[in-house]
Design a protein around this ligand. Sequence first.
Ligand code: MN
Length: 325
Amino acid sequence: MERKEFIRKGIIGTITSYFAAAFSNKAEAAYKFANSGYRGVEGVLSPTNTHMVGNGFKVMNFFPNGKGFEERMSPFFLLDFNAEVDFPPSDLSRGVGVHPHRGIETITFAYKGGVEHHDSKGNHGIIYKGDIQWMTAGGGVLHKEYHEKNFDKHGGAFEMVQLWINLPKKHKMTPAKYQSIAHKNKPKHTLPHNMGEVYVVAGEYKDVKGVASTFSPIHMYDIHLNPGADFSFSLPAHYNSGILVVDGNISINGTDAPENHYVQLKNETGDIHIKTNTKTTLLVLSGEPLNEPYVGYGPFVMNTQEEIHQAIKDYNDGKFGFLAD
Ligand code: MN
């Protein structure tokens, strides 16, 4: 064989056997997990392009994302993730000005930085690392969200999630309310062998009950793991379930899910097996689907078009209250 030909064959041979080995490992892992009572991974969504919400939140939108995905994750309707970004010091207030909501709950998770909230029911809160603000818009509320003043002044690392949960038809017009969930008040399950903590925001994890009240059955966990964590848990098969990898990297039932990716799980029984080799933060969402018609229009999510028209009219008539800019 000529030298050139030998090199070509040699390189291709090496590449081919490399991929064959990688593929057979993957195929083996996939086979193992598909045949041993583990819940299937439906897909891993890559980070999307980011857009600004107001001038304070630089988010990627995993759903609805114009793909009808909100139905797949019902009752969860919107998932915006501000992956870690550095904001420079600012004399201006950064955030989102006064706007209405009806028919949903909006939940903000602070991972890094500080966020302040005001609404037309007179609620006010400031959240920092680990804290959560859970606003039920219900029949209607005005709110604004912006960077906490001191954070504006000094700038720094900022990382947040905003989640919208659709309300069931019978609770659409519930009076607006606000749950302030401080990190120190989140019930937790401590994993063995220094693997980390599962903070139970809503629902239950094993025998630990969550702190938030919800209008439809939901399990929501804020999970913090150390490198080398290796554990399993399960969620109801018919609950729509997904995991946002906020920080770090995981392997979930044999599938790799890097930082800033979103893992959609299949609706089937089976354990969810997580392994880490970095420090990792996960947000686990799992909820019973509402199975009701819905119409989303900007900040309103209702069941019919007429109800959307009514929401716009009520907002224009000042029925959502008043909140100063
Ligand atoms: Mn809002």
